[in-house]
Design a protein around this ligand. Sequence first.
Ligand SMILES: Cc1cc2nc3c(=O)[nH]c(=O)nc-3n(C[C@H](O)[C@H](O)[C@H](O)COP(=O)(O)O)c2cc1C
Length: 233
Amino acid sequence: MDCNKVKGTDCKSAPAMMKRRILSFLFFALACTMFMTVSAQDIKLPAPDKTGGKPLMQALSERQSLRSYTKDSLTQQQLSNLLWAGWGINRPDKRRTAPSAMNDQEIDMYITLPGGLYLYIAESHTLKIINNKDLRRLTGTQSFVGTAALNIVYVADLSKHGKSESEKIEDSDLLLSYANTAFIAQNIYLYCASENLGCIIRGSISKDRLASEMGLRANQKITLAQTVGIPDK
Ligand SMILES: Cc1cc2nc3c(=O)[nH]c(=O)nc-3n(C[C@H](O)[C@H](O)[C@H](O)COP(=O)(O)O)c2cc1C
């Protein structure tokens, strides 16, 4: 473009304008790259398949705890179905597949996978990356937890009960959270029975060490953990 022929164009400022445009473009490209790098680590799960599965009475008759797993992973569809069955949203008012006292929904499901620690976000049916550490081994005291496909760590977020980080948390503050956890865990048991996956709910956890590695706040308390994986027959 000949700036001398274009009304209102200042020839002297044209190189500066071009420089500004290039810089803006580079800044935009960098911002896009950073956004993609961060969000690429989150896992957007496929939509859960809410049809099929074994009849309820058959799943109940096959529900059991398993302590022997292969190192194989679940498929993304199995992971999606598992999390939705456990604690997904099943109604337009955002209520879930498991009950919670006063519908507080204070239980969070953290998922330990070989590639990192994730938080299940039911609204978007997404696994949000928390860190890139493989914390499976730390979720329990039994050796199978370190190599099974995944462990769920149930965490009660007591800020939803009005507890601040500086307040002391008594065992009695957690009674309802243990009950709420158990309903989710049973959903997971039934999904696993239906899908021929293995699972086990576990109370033997080194909670302080695990909470520290997970970066939990003082008003977030681990209740139970649950291993899920491919049965080693
Ligand atoms: C609250 C709770 C905590 C448990 N903690 C452990 C545990 O830390 N390690 C373990 O191997 N099993 C644990 N179990 C599994 C039980 O041992 C198991 O459910 C029981 O032996 C009955 O077996 P079933 O689930 O196959 O019916 C736990 C079960 C519950 C309900």
